[in-house]
Design a protein around this ligand. Structure first.
Ligand code: ADP
Ligand code: MG
Length: 689
C-alpha cells in the first residue's frame, strides 16, 4: 500500500469535498480516502501501481470539472482567476437582462434577451446539476437552484428567478473568498515551515532545501532566520523565539551544547548547528504533519452533517412537490401558480451550504488555534471530546512534577564503596535509560561515562534498572526492586538503592519540584467540575506530600505501569460513556495508559516522539495550564458550531414559515441562504482569535 496526497485547487464547497471522497472510496482499490475541505488536501492509500493520478483526475473531473489536481506541496493560491470570470459572466448576464427589459424593442426581443441572460447566468450551476444527476445520480443544491430559477420563469416571476441566480452566484463568489481567506489565516498561524537551510561545506555556505540536509551536517542560522532542523549548537550563541511552537513569547538563550528545535526563530545571534535529525523527523515537520492530518479524522458531528446532507436534498424536493401539488387542493384560495412559487422558495431556502462549510472549518480553526498555543490535537474527534472530560488522571513524575530531579543525598552503605564510585555505578546504568530520573542523575556527572563493560542492561518499568558490570549483577531502583527489608532509614525524597550482587551498598536520594501551575490547574479543573486523581509508581510518603501540596484528593501510589492500566480500566467501566476520562502522562512507561484513555494527553517535552505517538493531545510546553486551555478551545469551537447550526437552521425555518404565509419572497430566501453562509464563516473565524 502506498500513500498518496494531492492538493485540490478550486475546492470551494464542502459538499463537493464529501462527494469526491465518497466516489473515490467506492472505486475499487482505494482505501482510507479522505478529502479535507479545510486544507484542500486529498489523501488515500492504494496497491495500484500505474495511472493512479490519471484515474483520480478522471474521477474528480467527472464530479467537479473545475477542480484541479496538484501535487501535494502546492499550496493553494486564491481562486482569483476563476472568480474574475465568474464576475464577468455575472455582469454580462445582468446587462443583457436589463437591456431586454428596458429597451423598447418589443416582446420577442425581451424574451430573447431574458433567455440569453438566463443561459449565461445559469450556465455554471445548471452544468453542475446536470453532471450530478446524470453521472452520479444525486440531487444537490445546484439542482435545487436550477429548478427554482427555471420554475420561477414559468410561473411568471422571471425577475425573481434572475434575482435568485444572481444572488446565488454572488454568494458563491463571496463564499470562495471567505473560505480561502479563512484557510489563509489558519495557514498563517502554521507558518513555521523553513524554506531553506544554510549548509556549511568547509568554508563555503550554500542554501539548500532542508530535506537535503543529512544527520551530522553543519548548518548556519543567522539573525532573523528560522531554524530548519533539530540539532545541537556547536558554535556561537543566540536568542531563540519558540513562540510558533509553544505559544510562549519569552526568548530562550542557547549557547554551545544547547539543543535547538526546528521551527524556532533566531532573533539575535549567529549559531552553527550540528544536525541531529533529518527534516522529516524534525520537530517542525512532525508538527506540520500532525496538524495537517488532524482534521482528516472526522468528528462525529462532521460525519453526521455529511450523511444528513445526502438524504436532505431528496427530502426537501419531495416536500416541495407535496406543497406544489396539494396546497391548492387543501386550501381553496391558493392557485397552482402560487403553490408552485411557494415550493420553489422552499427549494432555494433549503440549500445546506452554510452548515456543510462551517462545521469542518470550525474544527480546523480550533486545531490550528490550539497548535499555535503549543497544544497539538490529533483529530477533530479529540478536539470535540475535550469538552466532555469529567475525570482526569495524572501521572506524577514529569506531569505534576517537573521531572528535573535534584540529587539531594548520596549515601554509602558499605565501606568498600565511596560516594564517587556509587554515583558512577548509577551513571553507567542510567546512561541507557530514558526515565527523567536517569537524565537527572546523569546531570551530576561532568566527565564521560565509560560504559564499555556494561552488559545485559534491562529496564524494569516502574521499579528501576538492572545490568552486569565485570560479571557482577547490579540493580538500581526503588525499595521494591532491591527487596529492601525496612532496616534502612528512609530519607525525604525519592530514594534509589544500588545493589551489587546481593548487597545494598549505597543510595541516592532525589528531590523533584512540583510544577508552578500544578496547584492552580487542579483548582481550575475542579471548579469546572472535573475530578482529578494522581497515580504514581513512587512511594506513598512522597505521593501524599505532593497530593497535599497541589490539593489533589485522590491518589494511588507504588503502582507499576500495569497497575495504572488496570486502575484506568476500572474507572472507564464505572463511568457513563458520555463522561470522558483523560489521562495525562509523559509517555515514559505509560504509553499503554495514554492510548487506552478516551483522551490521552502527553507532556510532549518538545520533540519527544514516543509521547507524540502514544497520545491524542500533546502539550509541547509541559505546562499543566494548557490542559484547561485545550478544554476551553474545545468548548469555544463547540459553542461556535452550535451557534452556526442554530442560526442557519433557524433562519431557514423562519423564511420557510414566512413563505408559507406568503410573507417572504424568493429573493429574500436566497438572500437569507447566502447571508447565513457568510455569517457562519465569519463567526467561525472567531475561534482563531
Ligand atoms: P511515576 O508513576 O511517578 O511516573 P514511574 O512509574 O516512572 O513513576 O517510576 C516509579 C519508580 O520506579 C520511580 O519513582 C523510581 O523509584 C523507579 N524507577 C523507574 N525508572 C527508574 C530508573 N531508570 N532508575 C531508577 N529508578 C527508576
Ligand atoms: Mg511516569
Amino acid at each position: 500500500m502506498k500513500n498518496y496526497r494531492y492538493t485540490l485547487k478550486g475546492l470551494d464547497c464542502a459538499n463537493c469535498a464529501q462527494k469526491i471522497e465518497d466516489k473515490i472510496a467506492q472505486t475499487d482499490g482505494y482505501e482510507q480516502v479522505n478529502v479535507n475541505f479545510s486544507t484542500s488536501k486529498l489523501s488515500f492509500k492504494t496497491e495500484k501501481q500505474n495511472n493512479v493520478k490519471e484515474e483520480i483526475i478522471e474521477i474528480i473531473k467527472s464530479l467537479e470539472p473545475e477542480v484541479e489536481i496538484l501535487d501535494e506541496d502546492n499550496t493553494i493560491q486564491e481562486h482569483s482567476e476563476r472568480n474574475n470570470s465568474d464576475i464577468l459572466r455575472l455582469i454580462l448576464g445582468i446587462i443583457i437582462y436589463a437591456l431586454g427589459i428596458y429597451l423598447p424593442f418589443g416582446k420577442t426581443f425581451m424574451i430573447c434577451a431574458i433567455i440569453i441572460s438566463l443561459i449565461i447566468l445559469l450556465s455554471r450551476t445548471a452544468k453542475k446539476a446536470f453532471i450530478q444527476i446524470t453521472k452520479n445520480k444525486v440531487l444537490d443544491e445546484n439542482t435545487l437552484i436550477t429548478i427554482s430559477v427555471i420554475g420561477a420563469c414559468f410561473v411568471d416571476k422571471t425577475m425573481e428567478g434572475i434575482m435568485v441566480i444572481v444572488l446565488y452566484e454572488i454568494g458563491k463568489i463571496l463564499e470562495a473568498k471567505a473560505v480561502s481567506k479563512t484557510r489563509k489565516s489558519i495557514s498563517d498561524l502554521m507558518d513555521i515551515k523553513p524554506e531553506y537551510a544554510n549548509l556549511k561545506n568547509g568554508e563555503e555556505v550554500e542554501q539548500v532545501n532542508p530535506g537535503d540536509v543529512k544527520i551530522g551536517d553543519i548548518i548556519l542560522v543567522k539573525t532573523g532566520e528560522k531554524i530548519p532542523l533539530d540539532g545541537i549548537v556547536i558554535n556561537g550563541s543566540a536568542e531563540i523565539d519558540n513562540s510558533a511552537l509553544t505559544g510562549e513569547s519569552a526568548l530562550i538563550k542557547v549557547e554551545e551544547k544547547s539543543k535547538v528545535l526546528s521551527g524556532g526563530i533566531n532573533v539575535q545571534g549567529l549559531i552553527e548547528i550540528k544536525v541531529e535529525k533529518i527534516y522529516e523527523n524534525s520537530t517542525v515537520s512532525q508538527i506540520l504533519n500532525l496538524v495537517e492530518n488532524a482534521t482528516d479524522k472526522k468528528a462525529k458531528t462532521e460525519t453526521f452533517v455529511a450523511k444528513a446532507a445526502k438524504i436532505y436534498t431528496p427530502i426537501v424536493l419531495g416536500f416541495a412537490l407535496i406543497v406544489a401539488i396539494f396546497m391548492p387542493i387543501i386550501f381553496k384560495n391558493v392557485t397552482y401558480s402560487q403553490s408552485i412559487y411557494k415550493a420553489l422558495i422552499f427549494l432555494v431556502i433549503s440549500c445546506p451550504c452554510s452548515i456543510a462549510i462551517s462545521v469542518p472549518l470550525s474544527y480546523f480553526s480550533g486545531i490550528g488555534k490550539a497548535s499555535r498555543r503549543g497544544i497539538l490535537i490529533k483529530g477533530s474527534d479529540y478536539l470535540d471530546g475535550l469538552k466532555d472530560i469529567k475525570q482526569i488522571i495524572f501521572d506524577k513524575t514529569g506531569t505534576i512534577t517537573t521531572g528535573n530531579f535534584l540529587v539531594s543525598e548520596i549515601n554509602s552503605l558499605d565501606d568498600n564503596y565511596n560516594k564517587d564510585e556509587i554515583l558512577n555505578y548509577f551513571a553507567m546504568g542510567e546512561k541507557f535509560s530514558n526515565h527523567p530520573i536517569a537524565k537527572s542523575i546523569l546531570k551530576e556527572i561532568k566527565d564521560e561515562i565509560d560504559t564499555s563493560e556494561v552488559e545485559k542492561f534491562e529496564e524494569i518499568s516502574g521499579k528501576g534498572i538492572k545490568y552486569q558490570y565485570q560479571g557482577k549483577d547490579i540493580q538500581i531502583g526503588n525499595a521494591s526492586l532491591v527487596e529492601l527489608d525496612g532496616k534502612l532509614k528512609e530519607s525525604e525524597g525519592t530514594t534509589l538503592y544500588l545493589k551489587v550482587e546481593n548487597k545494598i551498598v549505597g543510595s541516592i536520594t532525589l528531590i523533584d519540584e512540583i510544577k508552578k501551575d500544578a496547584k492552580s490547574t487542579i483548582k481550575t479543573l475542579s471548579k469546572i467540575g472535573i475530578k482529578t486523581k494522581m497515580l504514581t509508581g513512587d512511594k506513598k510518603e512522597i505521593a501524599n506530600k505532593i497530593a497535599k501540596e497541589v490539593e489533589i484528593n485522590e491518589i494511588k501510589s507504588e503502582m507499576l505501569p500495569q497497575d495504572k492500566y488496570t486502575e484506568l480500566e476500572k474507572i472507564l467501566e464505572q463511568r457513563n460513556e458520555k463522561n470522558k476520562v483523560a489521562y495525562v502522562g509523559d509517555g515514559i512507561n505509560d504509553s499503554p495508559v495514554l492510548a487506552r484513555a478516551d483522551i490521552g494527553i502527553s507532556m510532549g517535552g518538545i520533540g519527544s516522539s514516543s509521547a507524540i505517538e502514544a497520545s491524542d493531545v500533546v502539550i509541547m510546553t509541559d505546562e499543566l495550564e494548557k490542559i484547561t486551555e485545550a478544554i476551553n478551545i474545545s468548548k469555544k469551537t463547540n459553542k461556535i458550531i452550535k451557534q452556526n447550526l442554530t442560526f442557519a437552521i433557524g433562519v431557514k425555518l423562519l423564511i420557510l414559515i414566512l413563505s408559507l404565509f406568503g410573507i417572504a419572497d424568493m429573493w429574500e430566501a436566497v438572500f437569507a441562504d447566502v447571508g447565513t453562509t457568510l455569517i457562519t464563516i465569519f463567526n467561525t473565524i472567531r475561534i482563531l482569535k
